[in-house]
Design a protein around this ligand. Structure first.
Ligand code: GLN
Length: 246
């Protein structure tokens, strides 16, 4: 199977773990290998992600090793990657300058779990209706996004989002000159919308995109959700016939 169809299969078959997975926070499973998570650290808010990841890992009862990704060799041996917020034009430019674009693309095609927040979401989108000409992108998720979608009054705002995969309690989060997801393909699961229906969080197989900044809310549930996806992919826990995680 070539890399593209492998990725498509992962995308089609992986169904997301919900938090109500029967495991209480902190409970260790008998088979719980250490997770290696990288956060792209070219520009933007990567330290808050590292902190939220450690909190989520201890809730999940899994050992984690986090690393800042700055150079291609930092991609080796990772189980999952976060692409943080910042300025997508700058991150994209640095990604090319530091020789990371092709390596990241290959990892994504091979089915590695990747989560893009805000500028990271823009980099992951296959279509951006107002990207700058020649803006380097990873173009991996079947979504179309609009950069800086919220008018000047709401350019930055905080809100309580309903995110069913995180449980019933609303997720308080921050939009900082964020993008909106204008359309999503058939394989894309919508995880959250604003009250007016604007899509702001999506998942496509092992790829997640959020238009906001979950790392500054002090609520590690989104990071926990991402780690559960990473764990499932690492364990190869996908049922080929039903598409569910075993
Ligand atoms: N407006 C930024 C962009 O277009 C994203 C902002 C953010 O990541 N907080 O890239």
């Amino acid at each position: 199977m070539d890399e593209k169809s492998l990725h498509n299969n992962v995308g089609a078959r992986l169904s997301a773990p919900a938090l109500g997975d029967g495991r209480s926070p902190g409970e260790k499973s008998t088979c719980n290998p250490k997770l290696h998570i990288g956060v792209l650290a070219l520009q933007g808010d990567f330290e808050a992600h590292l902190k939220a990841l450690s909190q989520a890992a201890s809730k999940l009862g899994v050992e984690i090793e986090t690393r800042a990704i700055k150079l291609p060799h930092n991609l080796e041996g990772l189980d999952g990657i976060i692409i943080p917020g910042g300025e997508s034009t700058t991150i994209g430019k640095l990604m090319v300058e530091y020789g990371l674009q092709e390596g990241l693309r290959q990892k994504i095609r091979a089915g590695l779990p990747v989560w893009g927040t805000c500028a990271g979401l823009i980099l992951l989108a296959k279509e951006t209706d107002n990207a700058l000409a020649g803006q380097p992108l990873l173009a991996s998720m079947d979504i179309c996004v609009r950069r800086n979608a919220f008018g000047s009054q709401r350019e930055s705002f905080e809100t309580d989002l309903s995110v069913p995969v995180l449980g019933e309690a609303p997720f308080h989060t921050f939009f900082i000159r964020g993008p909106a997801i204008e359309s999503a393909g058939p394989e894309v699961e919508v995880l959250a919308t604003l009250d007016d229906g604007t899509i702001v969080a999506v998942r496509e197989g092992p790829l997640i995109g959020t238009a906001f900044h979950p790392e500054v809310s002090g609520d590690p549930r989104f990071h926990y959700y991402f780690l559960r996806i990473v764990q499932s992919v690492k364990a190869g826990a996908m049922d080929d016939t039903t598409g569910t995680i075993r």
